[in-house]
Design a protein. Sequence first.
Length: 139
Amino acid sequence: MLAERNKLIPQSEIRKMYNMAFGRKNVLDMTVGLPDFETPGFIIEAAKKAMDDGFTKYTHNAGLLEVREALSRKLKRENNIIADPETEIVCTVGGMGTLVLTNMTLVNPGDEVIYPDPGFVSHRSHVLLTGGKPVPVQL
């Protein structure tokens, strides 16, 4: 039932360790980067307020313009990068989504993609999913 390309992707060793440790007591979890603290109250309250105020619908496909404009200002101020918030900035739902979207947008089958090794566990998998050739560079 799964697409054949999924057979190219080995299970993440980090996820294997996470599953082994899940629910056990006295285990120091250094697997998936979950914070060791609860979400701060002001963030919870802001999320509740946003829902109460009706911010529960889809946004523009690239994300809220106000957020993209703020990112554009930050990039110019702190990184000396000029990026048009209407055509050059896209907000995604998280790091994994961003990496997959980037690879699907830029990598053609057979393209070589250089990535750091050791590095993020999914870099290689994302390249394989696009039909690219992963090229690890040892750090």
